[in-house]
Design a protein. Structure first.
Length: 235
């Protein structure tokens, strides 16, 4: 009798341990890579918060980034370094229509334009950083390359509110090497989308993730608002 009881208790406590075996993180990240590599057009909307010290401490913004291959994008929100003196956050709208980049600053109602051909790596200042290929890489490199991270760890399962629904997520950390720059991702179990991303400096909670869906052409057009003044490029 006692032997049977011990076996039953052993099975009772062993079952939860077996049921909680961590998922295969490599397989999860492989699916993330495949999902994002397949997307040549995409749209993200997110609430972002910066935690670093200095002038930008406590900055938060509702931001949008949309990209249409090969060379059109739109970014809008409040961003570090876009303030009136270039050192604090400020609102900005950047629209690359395929031939011209428009940079509009709502707080001053001013805008500046760049020819697409001028947005090269050897251009003065940081103009090359806002070329379509550079912006696409900045937004997507770590997601497309998720399977390449060498230091990964499963943390837990968690449910997030997303687009009015509860979404079951894997929470994992990824880094390029031991002790390297790390991200924590909340990954949609069903669709392999990253719905939240945290790192040492910031937190980004996505409210829209559209991957490889047709995007409205209006996103990639810009008309200066009434009274907007064009200024010479000083950025």
């Amino acid at each position: 009798m006692w032997r049977s009881t011990r076996i039953a208790l052993y099975g009772l406590f062993l079952y939860p341990a077996l049921a909680q075996t961590p998922p295969n993180v490599a397989e999860i990240l492989q699916r993330v890579s495949q999902t994002y590599r397949a997307a040549s057009n995409y749209e993200f909307v997110a609430d972002a918060t910066l935690r670093e010290d200095g002038a930008n401490k406590g900055w938060s913004s509702h931001v949008l980034f949309a990209f249409e291959s090969p060379n059109r994008y739109r970014m809008e929100g409040a961003f570090p370094g876009m303030g009136s003196d270039g050192s604090v956050p400020g609102k900005a709208v950047l629209v690359h229509d395929g031939s011209t980049l428009w940079c509009y600053f709502p707080e001053s109602n001013q805008y500046v334009t760049f020819k697409a051909s001028d947005l090269t790596n050897n251009a003065p200042g940081d103009q090359g950083d806002v070329a379509p290929a550079a912006m696409d890489h900045f937004m997507m490199w770590r997601y497309r390359g998720a399977a390449d991270f060498s230091d990964t760890r499963f943390l837990r399962d968690e449910t997030l509110e997303f687009a009015g629904a509860k979404v079951d997520c894997y929470v994992v950390t990824v880094a390029q090497k031991k002790g390297g720059y790390a991200y924590t991702w909340w990954i949609d179990k069903q669709r392999s989308r990253i719905l939240r991303e945290d790192n040492a400096e910031s937190s980004t909670v996505y409210t829209t993730v559209n991957l490889d869906k047709p995007l409205p052409g209006e996103l990639f057009k810009f008309e200066p608002p009434p009274g907007a003044r064009k200024v010479e490029n000083q950025r």
